[in-house]
Design a protein around this ligand. Structure first.
Ligand SMILES: Nc1nc2c(c(=O)[nH]1)N[C@H]1C(S)=C(S)[C@@H](COP(=O)(O)O)O[C@H]1N2
Ligand SMILES: [Mo]
Length: 297
């Protein structure tokens, strides 16, 4: 066990704030990723939160402002379970950096992703109680952590469109794989937005703000954006990232491994956010010259 009760086989990119990806063997182990193997992406120190004093504020373009304790969330709303993949927008950045450097960003391999069973309440149920006003088109989330990486220094935040927020798979979660949510993963409560880049699944959630426009904070208006080839990062430059783009990787055998002649069982993942389900997987053994459809086991 290392820091934050993580297994020793995590690949640590940064110690403070703690940033580490799931070991490839752990990721290839099965469809669910154990909490002690799950990747961690943080932009500031893990905040210390007293769960008894903690409240979730829901405000902005709503009929009724809410202030909810954990007890009210647990007792006042229907509990739901969702199995969902989180994937950092920086997943597999190592491969991009091999082509052109991305200054100041960690060279994440294919392990900045993981799938867990999350338990909590549907964001939609909480929003229904608050009553979004007609002008409310985006749902903003703010965490309790403060990020010195942001300009100016500010809490981590982001937003998703209201129509996504009202879908039943978007959770306010207090448990991960049947255990209380670990502090490093956002306890006492985090958002889980299946299909969107991990950055929208805000940890240590303190505030939900109904807005007419997308989130204007650093982590959506400046960072986590897609830039044209010759574009420079800056406020509003490029387009905000949203749904995770279709991507895939082979986890085992590892790059450079020698394998015996004959059939080889490959392990890996293919994932696309939103309604674009992965229909098939093709494999090339000759660097992309020819492809054959994989038989999925
Ligand atoms: N409050 C807060 N929420 C956050 C972050 C953060 O730094 N602070 N990082 C985001 C990013 S970029 C990702 S990829 C996921 C990672 O979630 P995990 O650390 O539980 O794997 O959390 C997101 N939520
Ligand atoms: Mo991320």
């Amino acid at each position: 066990m290392s820091r934050y009760d993580k297994r020793a086989d995590l690949i640590v990119h940064e110690h403070e704030p703690f940033n580490a990806e799931t070991g490839l063997a752990a990721l290839a182990d099965g469809p669910l990723t154990a909490a002690d193997a799950f990747y961690v992406r943080g932009h500031g120190p893990v905040p210390e939160i007293d769960p008894a004093a903690w409240r979730l504020r829901v405000h902005g373009l709503v009929e009724r402002e809410l202030e909810l304790s954990l007890e009210t969330l647990r007792e006042g709303f229907r509990e739901r379970d969702v199995v969902a993949t989180l994937q950092c927008a920086g997943n597999r950045r190592e491969g991009l950096i091999a082509i052109r450097d991305i200054p100041g960003e960690a060279p994440w391999g294919p392990g900045a992703t993981g799938t867990a069973a999350w338990t909590g309440v549907a964001l939609a149920d909480v929003l229904a109680l608050a009553g979004p006003l007609d002008e409310g088109a985006h749902v903003g989330f703010v965490g309790a952590d403060s990020s010195p990486e942001a300009e100016p220094v500010q809490p981590f935040g982001g937003s998703i469109p209201l129509d996504k927020a009202c879908r039943p798979e978007v959770l306010l979660a207090w448990a991960m794989n049947g255990e209380p949510l670990p502090p490093v993963h956002g306890a006492p409560l985090r958002v889980v937005v299946p299909g969107y880049i991990g950055a929208r699944s805000v940890k240590w959630l303190e505030r939900i703000e109904l807005r007419s426009r997308p989130w204007h904070g650093y982590f959506q208006h400046v960072a986590y954006r897609l830039l044209p080839e010759d574009g420079a990062p800056g406020p509003g430059a490029g387009m905000p990232l949203g749904l995770v783009a279709l991507n895939a990787d082979v986890l085992s055998p590892a790059d450079g491994d020698t394998v015996a002649a004959g059939p080889v069982e490959l392990r890996g993942y293919a994932f696309a956010g939103g309604e674009r389900h992965v229909a098939r997987v093709d494999v090339s053994l000759d660097g992309g010259a020819t492809w054959s459809q994989a038989e999925l086991l």
